[in-house]
Design a binder for this molecule. Structure first.
Ligand code: AMP
Ligand code: MG
Length: 502
């Protein structure tokens, strides 16, 4: 199938890149029964070019960063050359997209295998945009450079913020155009993930109406992500509960930094608890729970403030898929699932309140905290206050750095907060330190991301991208240079819009 592979890299460099780069790929997913995936080969591209490479991630993975940092590695990261132990597959899955059930699968992604790190962890190595697969149907299986760079920088920003996420090892340009509304430069992203098992994978397995397939997937997922549940009485119910806990924790972390995923379809919710699929995501600037960036999310289904409810909705789809494993009697199975799902609101409320307390530097709990937090958020909403900068400015402790100090309503709130802090004899210094550990200075500001992508794709200039990447990789530092990365989009900028699957 690879006869037509273009010999891009110098022939003597290929063995190095492929075999001596520290690859240690295993294929536990490919050991699942056949219908879970299809064997497929990346389609070679004309002219692979190195665009960006993540040295520190390569090292974590036990890969040789020196070897892979060479320009010839582009042939590997574009899918023209494969590691010797690769077993390329596309995974089958279904999903509810905007509430509607659909058959999907990796239409533009190919899993090369699972890299075993020196400390024994297992990470999927997946090419995104390597050409068509049996699941592509209408699409071309390709990706454009801009969106792949966008995924790279935002996923790395999320990682630096301490939020579980898939990561980005490399982006290689293909030297071929992809045709969207216009011709765009094509690229392949190498995505690294704890796994690519999705809620949609379970929906797909359930739709096969073969309980053995479903059980196989559930056992595989338990072993890979929830080994502590092995040997417990009701492991599949435990799986649902543990997954719910991870999703509550994840969505809470999103909310704490103003992240809007944008396309929380069930196929974009990972059983690992990682953030996955950086299509139309973006960070909120002015606080408003109704904020939506995605151009196709007309009804605000995936708005900032809706994310907890959608996570719960998606977990109900997971629960439905798992029903045959929960009890032989459907009614009893439903009862068990509902008992777990009904824990969501209380679990979320506790996590959210804890997160917001940290953002305000509160070291302990007080019955009035919820009101204190709500009043601040309501003030922020009414005044279109920048989410990131408001919290960071609070911790600076110099009221004159708050552009809003002239507002008596804000002053009143600020005094209440100060009294609350002092009531528990918490020193201002200690509070500030706590706050600075959780309130970022830097998020990937939408207009800075677009600026960097435009320079890279229109002018071939990667410097703004590299500078942005460096800044967002240290999100809790007070940057000495690059103050412009801290500011929201200039007043009067057009409303920011994002796009899916581009
Ligand atoms: P997403 O919106 O990225 O979650 O993708 C939804 C589905 O569309 C997945 O099954 C993708 O694999 C598929 N898809 C997205 N873009 C393409 C493309 N360019 N070619 C083929 N399939 C695609
Ligand atoms: Mg997806």
């Amino acid at each position: 199938m690879r006869k037509d592979s273009t010999p891009i890299a110098a022939s003597d460099s290929l063995p190095n890149l492929a075999s001596n780069a520290g690859w240690r790929l295993e294929h536990s997913y490919a050991a699942l029964p056949a219908p879970f995936y299809s064997r497929v080969q990346p389609t070679p591209v004309r002219n692979p070019q190195r665009v960006v490479f993540n040295r520190s991630l390569a090292q974590t993975l036990g890969l040789d960063a020196e070897v892979l940092d060479r320009p010839e590695s582009a042939s590997l990261f574009a899918g023209n050359t494969l590691p010797p132990d690769a077993l390329p597959i596309a995974q089958a899955y279904s999903g509810h997209q905007f509430g509607h059930f659909t058959r999907l699968g990796d239409g533009r992604a190919i899993l090369l295998g699972e890299q075993i790190t020196p400390d024994g962890r297992r990470f999927d190595i997946q090419l995104k945009g390597p050409g068509p697969t049996p699941y592509s149907r209408r699409g071309d299986g390709r990706a454009a450079l801009g969106p792949m760079l966008r995924e790279y920088v935002i996923s790395e920003a999320m990682h630096a913020l301490g939020i579980p996420t898939t990561r980005s090892l490399a982006v290689a340009a293909t030297g071929e155009p992809v045709y969207r509304e216009s011709a765009l430069p094509g690229a392949v992203l190498t995505r690294v993930a704890a796994s690519h098992i999705r809620v949609g994978t379970f929906e797909w397995a359930a739709a096969q109406e073969n309980p053995q397939l479903l059980r196989t997937l559930a056992d595989y997922t338990l072993a890979r992500h929830y080994p502590e549940l092995a040997g417990t009485q009701e492991p599949y119910l435990g799986l649902l509960r543990a997954m719910q806990d991870r999703q509550i924790a994840l969505v809470t972390q999103w909310l704490m930094v103003g992240f809007i995923h944008g396309v929380m379809n069930t196929d974009n919710m990972a059983l690992s608890g990682e953030t996955i699929d950086y299509g139309p995501c973006a960070f909120m600037e002015a606080y408003d729970p109704a904020t939506v960036f995605s151009s196709i999310d007309e009804h605000g289904r995936y708005a900032y403030g809706n994310q907890p409810a959608i996570a719960q909705w998606n977990l109900a789809r997971l629960a439905e898929a798992l029903l045959p494993l929960l009890h032989t009697e459907q009614e009893s199975a439903i009862e068990k699932a509902n008992a777990v799902l009904s824990e969501f609101p209380r679990g979320f409320q506790a996590q959210w309140l804890g997160g917001m307390r940290s953002k305000l530097g509160l070291p302990d709990e007080d019955d009035e905290d919820l009101e204190l937090i709500r009043d601040l958020l309501e003030w922020m909403r009414a005044n279109s206050a920048d989410f990131t900068n408001t919290f960071r400015n609070l911790s600076r402790g110099h009221p004159n750095e708050l552009s809003t100090t002239a507002d008596p309503q804000f002053q009143a709130w600020h005094e209440r907060w100060q009294r609350r802090l002092q009531r528990r004899s918490s020193s201002a210094e200690a509070a500030r330190e706590r706050m600075n550990r959780v309130n970022p200075t830097v998020i990937p500001r939408n207009h800075k991301v677009e600026e960097a992508l435009a320079a890279a794709t229109d002018d071939g200039d990667l410097r703004p991208f590299e500078f942005l990447l460096a800044v967002v990789q240290k999100p809790f530092e007070e940057p000495s240079a690059g103050q412009e990365y801290l500011e929201p989009a200039p007043q009067g900028s057009p409303r920011y819009r994002t796009f899916c699957g581009t």
